[in-house]
Write a protein that binds this ligand. Structure first.
Ligand code: PLP
Length: 389
């Protein structure tokens, strides 16, 4: 028996990534399967962005670049963070990473020592607890409640706090619930952070441009007394349909940055130059982002109106991101519901348990899928649920 790294060997595989791959393989055999597992825009990357990458590659911008990112991109990101997010980071506080996921990993590695605790909010993105565990930290979930519209309270955060707490991770607009930070959520987080000056805040803002109603996406880094302790993570995958480009970034204080850079230098060196040049172009593509957002909004309305009227199912109205978070009352747990929907209705979603939702039976369906597919999903779901009733 090989003696491998126990901490890593014991990590659970990412359920959404595994299910997405499994469903894609099943679709090869059965074209009628409706795959709503992936957190991936179904739109093509805007033409201008691809053109720029191609031109840069042809012109020979194909070697190592400045480690933390090319100056042009870091400057553009600093400008974006300052004007859009009111987060006044300097360009040398910004690191360009291969995807936001790696930025989360770097930040968590840089902050936690073995045994330190990091609080994450459930339901929440599947990778946070595993990334915390990979760094030797201990994930502590705060279970927000469906009945309370997944509102954050100071008391709930406080209950999760211990002397070992070093980090709070938040993600808004949220994957999987589609919630956006409300003013009262922000206040609860700010109060918690002010009560614990040795805790850092990691704010994953990857869905910031995909918002429909409710509140604006306001970054916690814009709160002046929290700025120094906030690490922003963001990326190009969702806003610009660039999942396969693997481009993200983080911004943080100089002190944290210098630690993050050590790990970055020894594990990645830099991201590719022609992709970074194309990322500069992407930052000027807000019209394309807005077109996609409007499409997602139409699909959100379609699913919300369709699912709410079905027996045995309920849905929160997503305020952002592109996920339908649906609660089922079928006398099965969320994995059983997913198996049932796939086997009997050809609908593939991700079970809520993967996101730490333990109380309610929920399933996440991505509506980054065509309207035709979503209409087919509604038809199949209606047939199943009315039969079940
Ligand atoms: N953060 C959240 C909340 C996500 O949902 C995802 C992707 O699904 C990521 C980060 C990772 O994004 P990237 O493709 O930039 O690694």
């Amino acid at each position: 028996m090989l003696k491998l790294n126990r901490k890593i060997a014991q990590l659970k595989p990412s359920k959404s990534v595994t299910l997405m791959a499994k469903t894609k393989a099943m679709q090869q055999r059965d074209k009628s399967i409706i795959n709503l597992t992936g957190g991936e825009p179904d739109f093509a990357t805007p033409e201008k962005i691809c053109e720029e990458a191609y031109l840069q590659m042809k012109s020979g911008f194909t070697h190592y670049t400045d480690g933390p990112g090319i100056p042009k991109l870091r400057q553009a990101l600093a400008e974006k963070l300052r004007t859009e997010n009111h987060a006044p980071y300097q360009e040398d506080q910004i690191l360009v990473t291969p995807g936001a996921k790696y930025a989360v990993y770097l930040a968590v590695q840089a902050v936690l020592n073995p045994g330190d605790e990091a609080i994450w909010l459930a339901p929440g993105w599947v990778s946070y607890p595993s990334i915390i565990e990979a760094s030797g930290g201990v994930p502590v979930a705060v279970h927000l409640k469906w009945e309370e519209n997944y509102q954050i309270t100071f008391d709930a955060l406080e209950e999760a706090y211990s002397e070992k707490t070093r980090l709070l991770i938040i993600n808004y607009p949220n994957n999987p619930t589609g919630k956006v930070l409300s003013p009262s959520d922000r206040e609860a987080i700010a109060q918690f952070m002010r009560s614990h000056p040795d805790v850092l805040l990691l704010s994953d803002e990857i869905y910031e441009h995909i918002i429909y109603t409710g509140y604006e996406a306001v970054s916690m880094a814009s709160v002046p007394d929290l700025f120094e302790r906030t690490i922003i993570v963001n990326g190009f995958s969702k806003s610009f349909a660039m999942t396969g480009w693997r481009l993200g970034y983080l911004a943080c204080s100089y002190e944290i940055f210098s630690v993050v850079m050590k790990l970055f230098q020894h594990t990645i060196s830099c991201t590719s130059g022609f992709l970074q040049m194309a990322a500069v172009t992407a930052l000027g593509c807000s019209e394309d982002t807005e077109k996609m957002r409007r499409e997602y909004e139409k699909r959100r309305n379609l699913l919300y109106e369709g699912i709410r009227r079905l027996p045995g199912a309920d849905m929160l109205k997503p305020e952002g991101a592109f996920y339908a978070w649906v609660k089922f009352d079928l006398g099965m747990n969320s994995e059983e519901v997913c198996n049932y929907l796939l086997e009997e209705g050809k609908i593939a979603g991700v079970p809520g348990i993967a996101y730490g939702e333990e109380e309610k039976v929920c399933v996440r369906f991505s509506y980054a899928a065509s309207e035709t597919e979503l209409r087919r999903m509604l038809k199949n779901l209606e047939a199943l649920l009315t039969k079940k009733k």
